[in-house]
Design a protein around this ligand. Structure first.
Ligand code: SAH
Length: 276
């Protein structure tokens, strides 16, 4: 059998968000290196670099030295085409819940095309809804329901082990199904949508939060291909241009259109509630 391709492991990154204890960062690096993973990303670590992290990393301090420290999770995921949040708790925000072996298979398949990520949360609060909204799926380690919260580095070890077993078991992987959009392309699409919806007066820029979170959840249920993101952004641009043309025509005619009542949108004969 042909040996498994090391490039696949190099394309799988472990992202630790808002880690409180530097010792956990070191222990996570050790867990990764024992399984052949090397790409460690740290989002807003409380304390790093740190001697406790070095001590817990033992022979894996090279991973700490190369670790990328990012200001936001979006930055850590900008070039990834798949990000799976790792969480003990099931949440509404991400539709798909995978077991660790399923996650390993998915990550290795997608890693053929480019970087992919596993995202781990803070030791106390786990992953926030906002962090999960940047992930396309959720991985849960089926633990004792009465005490299901593993230590952060232990959770990294379980997932890293599953990735290695899956990697060792396959010399080749099926090609990814599509040319998936990257995290950065998807974030730019959401930013474009937010601007366009504000211009169309569908969204109140003063409180965009809930509507945008719901739209993120809608799109997270399907994985977006690069081409689909381009089509959606083209539709947004066309709507913005039509709105601008209507505004110009109205101002030329000296007509000031009545402002729509915030919170409602007239859609044909029906009124849909906004931002609810
Ligand atoms: N109290 C937190 C748990 C934090 S443990 C909470 O309830 O979410 C730190 C991190 O380890 C979690 O954010 C998650 O990424 C991972 N983790 C711990 N136990 C897990 C489990 N059973 N399944 C999946 N991830 C787990």
């Amino acid at each position: 059998m042909t040996p498994a391709d090391p490039k696949l492991l190099a394309n799988i990154r472990i992202v630790l968000t808002r880690t409180s204890h530097p010792g956990n960062i070191g222990a996570a690096a050790r867990a990764m290196k024992t399984m052949g993973l090397s790409q460690l990303y740290l989002v807003e670590p409380a304390i790093f670099p740190n001697s406790q992290a070095d001590a817990m990393a033992a022979g894996s301090t090279d991973l700490l030295a190369q670790a990328r420290v990012c200001a936001t999770l979006a930055e850590a995921l900008a070039d990834t085409t798949l990000a799976l949040g790792v969480s003990a708790r099931r949440r509404d925000i991400v539709a798909e819940v995978l077991t660790p072996p399923e996650a390993a298979t998915r990550l290795l398949t997608e890693a053929q095309a480019g970087p992919v990520a596993l995202v781990f949360g803070n030791e106390t609060s786990g992953l926030s809804n906002e962090e999960l909204s940047l992930c396309q799926g959720l991985v849960t380690i089926a633990a004792n329901p009465d005490y299901s919260s593993l230590n952060l580095a232990a959770a990294v070890q379980v997932l890293s082990y599953e990735i290695r077993q899956a990697w060792l078991g396959h010399a080749s992987w099926p090609q990814p199904e599509m040319d998936a959009a990257t995290g950065d392309e998807i974030e730019k699409f959401y930013a474009h949508m937010e601007t366009a919806l504000a211009e169309l007066e569908f969204l109140n820029p003063g409180s965009p939060g809930k509507l945008m979170l719901k739209l993120r959840r809608l799109f997270a249920r399907t994985r977006l291909a690069k081409e689909e993101v381009n089509i959606l952004r083209g539709i947004l641009t066309a709507a913005q241009e039509a709105q601008q043309a209507a505004n110009r025509a109205q101002s030329c005619a000296g007509f000031s259109p009545p402002r729509r009542k915030p919170g409602t949108l007239q859609t044909g004969h029906r009124t849909a509630t906004r931002n609810s």
